[in-house]
Design a protein around this ligand. Structure first.
Ligand SMILES: Cc1cc2nc3c(=O)[nH]c(=O)nc-3n(C[C@H](O)[C@H](O)[C@H](O)COP(=O)(O)O)c2cc1C
Ligand SMILES: CCCCCCC(=O)C(=O)O
Length: 366
């Protein structure tokens, strides 16, 4: 992995390694015309940093506390499906990488490794479990019981997916090549399958369980089932953050799912301030979508995020070099954040505030 200095370098290498396979297109693409996917990255280029001079930055402290857990820096891994397709190390690899650099790891319920196996093999990582609201509400209960039994520290409910987003460009490629993405097994759902050995059954079952009539009442029910903090992921509106709070959530992840669900949405970076303003200190506010450097992390923190997650960036590392690659991506971003804090006169995370940044064009920002 010599010669890879930025997340962009890892992405380029990952594309080479994958030989532009269908798998890479699944990881890379967004929904529809990818207006949101591109916007998520571009918007960070519109926000600029105003450094403070002659501040003592001889000790830069990135430590932060979240839901009672000590984290070594404010960046974690967003939940994403199919890690074993990226690299044999799979979800255990990414979970270990997170633990090695003091990041929180959110395990997708669409993992190719079971909750239990990840828990056993990455015991030193702070792990949260992500789930959707499933048609068969018994799955919700089953997943929560397993999260509690396996030392997961929070439940993340993804609330932006009444159906899966439409990856037009991936489907075009499938059509052109006459191939389609390999079917994989989702072991977390095995207890619910009549024939757990049939791979297609697990994928079909997941699609059949996508719940397009889920409501905040379901979130409330999940909150009542567990003593773990519940976090709503996929919030873009202040009213929805308030609804999450009313349902008993302890936090929200402001996210547009990395541009993979509804296209043409605003980016989390733009809506963060309005959400922070409406919920104040009542919820822990986190974000993801479009974060690919330590500079991006700094900007998200400045606009009010308490913790930031990265999705694809870590997947590029995983594809390139398994556990080690994922860890190297995290370390790269961590070093960038440390440098940004030092050069901007912010020795502590708490120094990164709204007045550290300015929009290039100050009009019409939420
Ligand atoms: C390949 C892939 C699979 C994903 N799978 C899930 C998932 O299972 N559950 C979920 O809530 N979000 C999922 N996401 C969305 C991520 O959690 C996250 O919101 C997004 O990747 C953030 O944007 P970024 O990739 O620009 O960092 C997935 C994203 C990718 C790229
Ligand atoms: C049949 C598995 C679909 C997984 C969808 C995961 C996801 O959220 C994504 O963006 O991809």
């Amino acid at each position: 992995m010599n010669g890879l200095f930025t997340v962009a370098d890892f992405k380029k290498k990952a594309e080479e390694v994958s030989k532009d396979s269908l798998l890479f297109t699944y990881f890379k693409h967004g929904a529809e015309k990818e207006i949101t996917l591109k916007h998520n990255e571009n918007i960070f280029r519109e926000l600029y940093i105003l450094p403070k001079c002659l501040v003592d930055v001889s000790n830069v402290n990135m430590n932060t506390k979240i839901f009672g857990c000590e984290a070594k820096w404010p960046v974690g891994i967003s939940p994403s499906a199919n890690h074993k397709q990226a690299h044999n190390d799979g979800e255990i690899g990414t979970a270990k990488a997170a633990g090695n650099v003091g990041s929180i790891f959110i395990l997708s319920s669409f993992s190719m490794t079971s909750f239990e196996d990840v828990a056993v093999h990455a015991p030193n990582t702070i792990k949260w479990l992500q789930m959707y609201i499933y048609k068969d509400r018994n799955i919700n209960r089953n997943f929560i019981n397993r999260a509690e039994a396996n030392d997961f520290k929070a439940i993340v409910i993804t609330v932006d997916s009444p159906q899966f987003g439409y990856q037009t460009l991936r489907f075009q490629k499938e059509y052109e090549t006459g191939k389609s993405l390999e079917t994989v097994d989702y072991p977390n759902f095995s207890p619910f399958l009549e024939n757990p050995d049939d791979m297609h059954a697990s994928e079909d079952y997941i699609f059949s369980q996508t719940s397009s009539n889920a409501s905040w009442k379901d979130v409330e029910d999940i909150v009542k089932m567990t003593t773990l903090p519940v976090i709503a992921k996929g919030i873009l509106r202040p009213e929805d953050a308030l609804r999450a709070k009313a349902a008993g959530c302890k936090g929200v992840i402001v996210s547009n799912h990395g541009g993979r669900q509804l296209d043409c949405t605003l980016s989390p970076l733009e809506v963060l301030p309005s959400i922070v303003e409406s919920v104040g200190n009542d919820l822990v506010i986190m974000m993801d979508s479009g974060v690919y450097s330590g500079y991006d992390v700094f900007k998200a923190l400045a606009l009010g995020a308490q913790y930031v997650f990265m999705g694809r960036a870590v997947l590029w590392g995983l594809i390139v070099g398994g556990t080690e690659g994922a860890e190297k991506v995290l370390t790269t971003v961590k070093n960038e954040l440390e440098r940004t804090m030092c050069l901007s006169g912010c020795p502590d995370i708490s120094n990164i505030t709204r007045n550290c940044v300015r929009w290039r064009y100050a009009t019409s920002r939420l």
